[in-house]
Write a new protein. Sequence first.
Length: 181
Amino acid sequence: MKKNIPLLCILGLIGFVVMTTVQSVHGFPDGIVGFSGQNGTHCNVCHNTGIVPEVSIAGPSVVEPGNAYLYTLMIAGGQEIAGGLDVSVTNGVLAAISADTQLLSGEITHTDPKAANPDGTVTFTFQWTAPITATAVTMYGAGNSVDLLNGNQGDAADVTTLAISVMELNEKVYLPVVMKP
């Protein structure tokens, strides 16, 4: 019986290792952060061999301090089956506004891979609130185009950035003065 205890411990350890690594083998279907491109890495660290999509972020590039704005990350091309995202900013606050996105560690990511639209694109909309002081901000976005075959192979991602100027916008309108002779 004493000889079986070390064997059972080893088998238990192997089981534990297998159970804790299953998530990394099959990816993160419910999103992952830290891969927006802001720190130099993005989804292609794990996802590869697929067709690289085009990724873009649409939204205002000049904003007022403290106000909230909507932005959309679009994934075009690639596998045209489904997609995921990771978005981060150098300043301000991101917020998830729909069921297909969530806020994790200050970044926006998907809740599940989102099915492509009939035209093959995948879009995610989220909110960003500008900082309260004038500054320059960079929004980083990674879009991953996936084939939903439960693995990293056959998927591919790309990254994009959007430069945003946070500044006071003067709303006063000054009309020219016309002098009569």
